[in-house]
Write a protein that binds this ligand. Structure first.
Ligand SMILES: Cc1ncc(COP(=O)(O)O)c(C=O)c1O
Length: 383
């Protein structure tokens, strides 16, 4: 499959081949956990044991590498398994720089679980490049972790600038590209060594398959790549063949889905910003967003995630979440159905997320229906 194809073409064809034995157009599902050796002990098909290698996982990894423009991809059982495999490819005592707004689970995993193992975590406001430069110098960090737009406050990191600073300091650059997808943002081209995805989100797109993946740039250090591969195969956090099959199937419609979802989100964000019950909208597609210009230079739209604060604090946000009828109250994001979440409830009282913040994952429903549902949910809130 030529890398010069457009993303829409890669999304449909990468990782797929006509099965030579049957002529099947869609990939067969290989559930076997083990593969026969020849009489001489060799593995005639190059496959040994499904934790190490599986045709469905191979196909998914090939497609993800092509779509993200990387040299190699590794698929995992979840986004968190991918994050753990990356961070444990460092050594105990190493420091990682995390942004101050980031997926809650990444922070807790790094600080708590991997903290016990010896990882040191330093948090910086990544919208302040000078602060990042100082932190790199003072901590001798081995790895810098970007997430843009960030979860849940949609802060924007200038990937080119921050990656350049990190590379100059000898640090590895990982970018969690889950919210943007390779369709809207090309993090490897912007300077990251590794793109990470919770494939559970937009790549899966239907809220029915859990997964994660890392994709390495052509210049990612080979010894680091080898360690992550070892963590995948020996750590064993690999995806099931059927999940790989589902994810590969979903990949074909990724460009269509994310563009449609982003277009709807852009309209909803503009409307929410005019509503008196809404205190603040976090959406980088809005010109008033502090990261708007940087986002426009690195992402082809504002994406399909919106966070907004309502007047009336925690209680008002709970009321909005309780009132929605079409939009589903649930965690996660990136599916065809719109989801809303009162984030403080999910993250707990110690999280820095504002009490009155609601996070909206915009799905594929008609914009008018979503707007009407939100309008009835925010009507009459205290201002
Ligand atoms: C940005 C981001 N990264 C990583 C993850 C973790 O992914 P998973 O739930 O597949 O482990 C999430 C989950 O919400 C996320 O939003």
């Amino acid at each position: 499959m030529s890398d010069s194809f457009h993303p829409e073409t890669l999304a449909v064809h990468a990782g797929r081949r006509i099965d030579p034995a049957t002529g099947a157009v869609t990939p067969n599902l290989t559930l076997s956990t083990t593969f026969e050796r020849a009489a001489d002990g060799s593995l005639p098909h190059g496959l040994n044991y499904t934790r190490l290698d599986n045709p469905n996982r191979h196909a998914l990894e090939e497609a993800l590498a092509a779509l993200e423009g990387g040299r190699e991809a590794l698929a995992f059982a979840s986004g968190q398994a991918a994050t753990a495999a990356l961070l444990q490819a460092l050594s105990p005592g190493d420091t990682v720089l995390l942004p101050d707004d980031i997926y809650h689970g990444t922070r807790v995993l790094a600080e708590t679980v991997l903290g016990r193992w010896g990882l040191r975590v330093v948090t910086v406001d990544f919208t302040d490049s000078a602060a990042v430069a100082v932190a790199l110098e003072h901590t001798a960090a081995r790895l810098l972790w970007i997430e843009t737009p960030s979860n849940p406050r949609l802060k924007i990191t200038d990937v080119r600038t921050v990656a350049r600073l990190a590379r100059a300091a000898g640090a590895l650059v990982v970018a969690d590209n889950t919210w943007a997808t390779p369709i809207l943002q090309r993090v490897l081209e912007l300077g990251a060594h590794v793109a990470l995805h919770s494939t559970t989100k937009y790549i899966g797109g239907h809220s029915d398959a859990l997964g994660g993946a890392v994709i390495f740039s052509a210049d990612a250090p080979p010894d680091f790549v080898a360690r992550v591969r070892e963590n995948q195969r020996l750590g064993g956090g690999v995806p099931a063949p059927f999940d790989c099959w589902l994810l590969l199937r979903s990949l074909a419609t990724l460009p269509l889905r994310v563009r449609a979802q982003s277009a709807t989100a852009a309209q909803l964000a503009v409307w929410l910003a005019t509503e008196p019950a809404v205190a603040r909208v976090y959406y980088p597609g809005l010109p008033v967003h502090s990261g708007h210009a940087i986002n426009a230079a690195q992402m082809s739209s504002g994406g399909a995630m919106i966070s907004f604060e309502v007047h009336g604090g925690f209680a008002a946000a709970s009321t909005v979440a309780a009132r929605v009828k079409l939009i589903t109250r649930a965690t996660s994001l990136g599916g065809v159905e719109s989801l809303i979440e009162h984030r403080k409830l999910a993250e707990g009282p110690h999280s820095p997320t504002p009490d009155n913040l609601l996070r909206l994952s915009v799905g594929l429903e008609h914009v008018d229906d979503l707007r009407a549902d939100l309008a009835q949910a925010i009507t009459g809130l205290a201002m």
